[in-house]
Design a protein around this ligand. Structure first.
Ligand SMILES: O=C(O)C[C@H]1C=CC(=O)O1
Length: 91
């Protein structure tokens, strides 16, 4: 199942720089592991925003929830999920 996901990053401006750097390093490793595993086939920066558009490829909604809630940045993300169905005109 494919899901379109928008993630807006809302890190507190006063977050300790070392904590921020460690969090971002863990986020990068987590997302790159999922990309290598084929679970996260698209990850795009939204131009001009600290946000991304992603496409996630998972077995079911429970796996999607586990994947998203496991993001190191999860406490600092606003997440909007859109399920994707097959378009009848798609070739
Ligand atoms: O920077 C972001 O968009 C948030 C997050 C999503 C993947 C990743 O490595 O960081």
């Amino acid at each position: 199942m494919l899901f379109h996901v928008r993630m807006d990053v809302r890190l507190p401006p006063d977050l300790d720089p070392d904590v921020r750097a460690e969090l971002l390093a863990r986020e990068k490793a987590y997302s790159q592991d999922l990309q290598r595993a084929g679970k996260w086939p698209h990850l795009w920066r939204i131009a001009g925003e600290y946000a991304n558009f992603s496409v996630l490829n998972v077995e079911n909604v429970d796996e999607l929830h586990d994947l998203l809630s496991g993001l190191p940045l999860f406490p600092y993300l606003e997440i909007k999920v859109t399920p994707l169905a097959t378009h009848p005109s798609a070739i």
